[in-house]
Design a protein around this ligand. Sequence first.
Ligand SMILES: [Zn+2]
Length: 133
Amino acid sequence: MELSNHWRVKQQRYSLMGEVCPHCDSKIFPPRDICPDCGEDARTLHAFSGKGEVYSYTTLYDAPSGHEQQAPYMVALVRLDEGPLVTAQLTDVDEDSLAIGMPVEMVTRKLRSSGERGVLVYGYKFRPRLQTA
Ligand SMILES: [Zn+2]
């Protein structure tokens, strides 16, 4: 059980795909095919570690359509270890323990089901990084 769980977490960490600029080695997320630093073509895929730290955060009390049952929820600006800032929902964290600089890691979560066919929408969220002693 424990082994498969660790494996699953490891797989998730490698699913944050962005790009790396072949000209200046800048890491790009989300992928945009143009390097924001030097303006050159950047289409080389790069797997991010999915690790970062909380740069800033806010609590949302009015959830957008489809997220009502999750409100209130916390959204953070996360600075990835590779440099880019991403905005993502936080999970498995309570407001009191949340702090600027908290180490976090990406997890893949079901965001919502939509439509008659119940299409599941998956996306990434961030949770406090598990301490490995
Ligand atoms: Zn570049």
